[in-house]
Design a protein around this ligand. Structure first.
Ligand code: PLP
Length: 411
């Protein structure tokens, strides 16, 4: 007989031994007071400050978003009641798709239950619909794109991260009349690098490729209306397919793609990850709609966010901590070892009431384990000072970690 439990335990023991077994923090956010939260443990609840949320702008606490969700529940109830095709398309979904299409200046948009599902469904379906398709994928693309490409069963060429020269060398090897898709992200979530979108679009034009851009870590946050890096760079019209989330900058939940009418119609008609699942709850769609509308008209959150990011980066650098330099809102502090990384974040939480989840392999390559800080518009100077002081103390007490991070930070 197969000893199922033994196989599973062996796998779990292996990641425990490497120091990368994941432990969830049980949190209760304080409504209207984010980044304050309670950390719930068997010993009781303890107040903490959250430093690693992807609710980048605090929109999950915005009164307009909360009011819109209440209004939707009060008027149409809890769930959508079905797949999009079978009774699950509510007016909130229709309005939200129109709002997203307008945000990215595209003909149409299509909602999914998450941006992960959107990436997986869109890329795998496109690969199957375009005979002989070759997908060119940035080496640091998110797992959802990698899975989508894999399920598309097409040829894949991986190009060096944000490296147009390497991408061009690979594009040249494929006949001009072969269908091609270049899949990449605008803001890479773990390093905070920003892609050269215009240059990649130039290559797409030259070699006849479609561009598929994941703006998950940019929508709501960049561009005059929150349309992402492509909007900020004035290249919205040059990107064929945009993927975004409603869960991060917009603070709610759900994902989407936007593109031409035909492209969206094809994904809508053929993607199992869209067709065979219950649609988002109307209250979720209503909250996301309110969030997008608010951030289209209000730049205040984005301006304050960027100011807070600069303030934290300069504090950490002045304290001699190995902050990874980038042009985005993501603030990685490199540690380079999973055990040290967990130790540092445990001590931050237990001794200082500061919550920053350790980031380990496979989310980042081995040897680049890190703390990934995401300052938001609501983090105060006092909270930044407390974080910087706590990190400085831990670094001083842990010279082995400093040695490794010093090397990584210089790279
Ligand atoms: N794409 C990228 C680059 C991501 O980092 C993530 C999630 O973190 C996703 C897609 C998935 O987004 P969602 O949380 O909406 O599924």
């Amino acid at each position: 007989m197969v000893d199922y439990a033994r196989h599973l335990k062996a796998s779990l023991d292996a990641i425990r031994k490497e120091g990368r077994y994941r432990v969830f923090a049980d949190l209760k956010r304080h409504r209207g007071a984010f980044p304050a939260a309670d950390h719930v443990t068997p010993g009781g609840a303890k107040p903490i400050v959250v430093w690693c949320s992807n609710d980048y702008l605090g929109m999950g606490q915005h009164p307009r978003v909360i009011a819109a969700m209440h209004e939707a529940i009060d008027s149409v109830g809890a769930g959508s009641g079905g797949t999009r095709n079978i009774s699950g398309t509510t007016h909130y979904h229709v309005e939200l798709e129109n709002e997203i299409a307008d945000l990215h200046r595209k003909e149409h948009a299509l909602l999914f239950t998450s941006a992960y599902v959107a990436n997986e469904a869109a890329l795998s379906t496109l690969a199957k619909l375009l005979p002989g398709c070759v997908i060119f994928s940035d080496e640091k693309n998110h797992a959802s794109m990698i899975e989508g490409i894999r399920h598309g069963n097409c040829e894949k060429r991986i190009f060096r991260h944000n490296d147009p020269a390497d991408l061009e060398a690979k594009l040249k090897q494929v006949p001009i009349d072969t269908p091609k898709i270049i899949a990449f992200e605008s803001v890479y979530s773990m390093d905070g690098h920003i892609a050269p979108i215009a240059t990649i679009c130039d290559l797409a034009d030259k070699y006849g490729a479609l561009t598929y851009l994941d703006e998950v870590h940019a929508v709501g946050i960049y561009g005059p209306r929150g349309g992402g890096i492509a909007e900020r760079d004035g290249v919205l019209d040059r990107v064929d397919i945009v993927n975004g989330t409603l869960a991060k900058g917009y603070g709610v939940m759900g994902g989407y793609i936007a593109g031409t009418r035909d492209l969206i119609d094809a994904i809508r008609s053929f993607a199992p990850g869209f067709i065979f699942t219950t649609s988002l709850a109307p209250a979720i769609a209503a909250g996301a709609l309110a969030s997008i509308r608010h951030l289209k008209g209000s730049d205040m959150e984005r301006a304050r966010h960027q100011e807070r990011v600069r303030a934290l980066k300069s504090r950490l650098a002045a304290a001699g901590l190995p902050v990874f330099q980038n042009q985005s809102h993501i603030v990685p502090v490199l540690i380079g070892d999973p055990v040290h990384c967990k130790e540092v974040t445990d001590r931050l939480l237990d001794a200082h009431g500061i919550y920053a989840q350790p980031i380990n392999y496979p989310t980042v390559p081995r040897g680049t384990e890190r703390i990934r800080l995401t300052p938001g518009p609501h983090h105060t100077d006092a909270q930044m000072d407390a974080l910087t002081e706590a990190l400085r103390g831990l670094w001083a007490a842990c010279p082995a970690a400093v040695g490794r991070t010093g090397k990584l930070a210089a790279e």
